[in-house]
Design a protein around this ligand. Structure first.
Ligand code: UT7
Length: 348
């Protein structure tokens, strides 16, 4: 460890985690709804009204998750400044689309970022990846294993989507977001509250890529046509998403000792604008407190929340001192929620 626990009062409890930097990256060249209508039986009107999406970004041929992660990570380190960047002890990469089946992508990302031989590993929780990664990073800091963690959430999820499946091809997109966390005090700006997590593997069939894993490979047969792509039962997923995000959000807000009326900004996983509206309505969070960038980013899976936080910080809709509620839901099924007292940070 690089000694960044120095000066942190740990007497009577483990150190809290504090966000000190943020960065995000999406591939160039937006793909509009009109672009998709050239190859799919869909319309701009259907996509906008049913999902809230107008355009999204997709990886260029040959571009991998690590390429997105390195760029977002570099920007987050820049945002944190050398004082924090040089003390990073660990890199946690939340992704469902590692560059290869083995090994994890995080060590390569750490190396390309010039972070040397720090601890680096992947966390796989699909759309809830950022929150599972946040729980992991804050746990590393609380245990004293790391003093500063670079948490990156990145996905090239369109590589798992059947380009001819209109139900998924219009929603999913690619991108990366990252935060730098350091050990600190629970009541200082940037402090992350308790991360609430949950899962229900009995419903893993609602959203999955059936082929490519050990179950298929142990058969010694090639992947069945179509099994290399994501299958999603959209309507059922939708229903579970609303209930789980609402419930986890209430628990996270309670754990922080806040009330729902205290929430200045809701930063929910950008799955579908209608899901977000229902979750916010159920929680009683007014429209002017809901952050959204789904219109031009689509559903970027693990990257969704940090991309949203970076965009909102850049355009001023999220500011220092705001009490922020984060929540996500996705394949697994897995979900989560957390609170953050937003710090004075500028995206790198
Ligand atoms: O990231 C976390 C996990 N994912 C989610 O949370 C996604 C959750 N689900 C959703 O966002 C929505 O269910 C979808 C956007 C995927 C679909 O919207 P929906 O309002 O639930 O539509 P639906 O699946 O009930 O389908 C309604 C109709 C169907 O036609 P019929 O059977 O009524 O004639 C679909 O075939 O819309 C049709 N449809 C489309 N039409 C035009 C489905 N996709 C499209 C499309 N363009 N892209």
């Amino acid at each position: 460890m690089n000694g960044s626990l120095e000066g942190v009062a740990v007497a009577g409890g483990a150190p809290a985690s504090v966000i000190v930097g943020i960065g995000a990256y999406v591939p160039p060249n937006p793909v509009t709804n009109h672009d998709l209508t050239a190859r799919l039986d869909t319309s701009d009107e259907w996509i906008r009204t049913r999902t809230g999406i107008s355009s999204r970004h997709m990886v260029l041929p040959g571009q991998a998750t690590s390429d997105l992660a390195v760029e977002a990570g570099r920007r987050a380190l820049e945002s944190a400044g050398p004082e924090h960047a040089e003390g990073v002890d660990a890199v946690v990469l939340a992704t469902a689309t590692p560059d290869r089946a083995c090994p994890a992508t995080a060590p390569e990302v750490a190396s390309r970022l010039g972070l040397g031989t720090v601890a680096a590993f992947d966390v796989s929780a699909v759309c809830s990846g950022f929150l599972y990664g946040l729980a992991t990073a804050t746990g590393l800091i609380a245990a004293g294993t790391a003093g500063r963690v670079l948490l990156i959430a990145a996905d090239a999820f369109t590589t798992l989507v059947d380009p001819h499946d209109r139900a998924t091809a219009v929603i999913f997109a690619d991108g990366a977001g990252a935060v730098v966390l350091r050990a600190g005090e629970p009541d200082e700006p940037g402090a992350v509250g308790r991360v609430v997590l949950g899962s229900d593997g009995s419903l893993s069939g609602l959203l999955q890529v059936p082929g490519g894993g050990s179950r298929q490979r142990s058969l010694g047969e090639p992947v069945k046509p179509g099994d290399e792509f994501l299958r999603m039962a959209g309507r059922d997923t939708y229903r579970h998403a609303v209930g789980r995000m609402t419930e986890a959000s209430r628990q996270a807000v309670q754990a922080a000792g806040w009330g729902l009326a205290d929430i200045d900004r809701l930063a929910a996983h950008q799955a579908n604008a209608r899901i977000l509206a229902t979750v916010a309505d159920d929680l009683g969070i007014p429209e002017d407190r809901r952050l959204s960038n789904i219109a031009h980013n689509g559903n970027t899976v693990a990257a969704s929340i940090p991309l949203l936080l970076a965009d909102a910080t850049a355009d001023g809709s999220l500011a220092a001192g705001h009490r922020v509620l984060l929540t996500a839901f996705g394949a697994g099924l897995a979900w989560g929620a957390a609170t953050v007292l937003w710090p004075d940070v500028k995206p790198g």
